[in-house]
Design a protein around this ligand. Sequence first.
Ligand code: SF4
Length: 405
Amino acid sequence: MTTPLEGLPPDFALRDEDVPAAPERGDEPGRALPLTVVRSLCDALPLLESMASRDFRVAVELIIDTGRRPDEICQLAWDCTRQDSDGGWLLIYDNIKEQRLGRELPITEATANLIHEQKRVARGRFPHTDPRELKLLAHVRRNPRGVHGLVEDTLASWHREWVDSLPPMITPEGQEFLKEDIVPYSHRHTYAQRHADAGVPVDVLSELMDHRSLAVTQTYYRVSAVRRREAVDTVARHQLDRHGAPAWREAQTLLDGQRARYARQAISQVAVPFGSCEEPSNVQAGGGACPFRWQCGGCDHFRTDASYLPELKAYVDELRRTKERVLAATGLDDWARERALPSEEENARVKHLIARVEDDLDQLTDTERHELEEAITLVRRSRRVVSLGMPHGRQPSPNLRLERP
Ligand code: SF4
């Protein structure tokens, strides 16, 4: 009979570094909250303050804003911010789970202000405690010096009670979201998913999440791809041709067939400044070979939708400015002036498209409009800005901090 260590030399030893690290758990994607649910929670933060206390409200707000684990927020030191060389604010926290202390996370000015206000409140409550020992969110019982942070379980209980007291949460698809799936940790998933959806590079998000393994962060991008596909489908249902007529047939073609549909759309269209082009030779050339000198507004191969509304409006403005400039210019031959002037037809066509898109939006119910707006936000974030020498509106940079009441 053999024993487990039989045959090994007497000086055999296992050191700590020989033991492989346990896999990172707890950051599984797919558990992020829909934006509509997070918005409802943000609107209801004052209720949490009246049910529990200001500290619990600030704790939840900080978890939403920073995506830190609940215990990391509960144990924040009183002096937990610093400014970097550019004047931006950093949150200093301990990654308790991984035993990595003194980590730094960039935060917005609004989140920094929230922390600074809380610092003032905590200092006022415990004026004689050494600031190095004081917690930002000190619990109230048996803690006369404020050196103990909120208890994570108590935070979870108040969070549960608060969420259960709220009206039903409705998803963008119009379904009721299960309240038992809304726990403090959900805000960390939501933070990660929001950044992945906004196109933050995976290595940057991995740093922000303080993940040890890039593979854990990458899973949020797989979910993101699915969500983008769904968003593209939603927007495609509202696609219009150059006359402003619904391009339903084409949209339906895109919607047919499960996985192939996205790939088909990706290869059968190419982006132009305020819509897309389906002209095969131009698509094949990646958008650089328009046979008609990019007269998209008058071309049968052109498609647009509500997600291009800002670019369409910017283009009308640009046409007006160009007209004024050309008419005021001196030193232009008549034929050159005539060619440089934007045509009235083009102006009228783009204005008509804007009216049709707005009309289309007016027909929607509140739920449909909400669903479309979310899809548009997602689609625009991942959209490449196209110029082709034509004017375009700037893509708004994503503001990842959700509004507060
Ligand atoms: S005019 Fe615009 S839509 Fe038509 S083929 Fe050229 S790029 Fe495509």
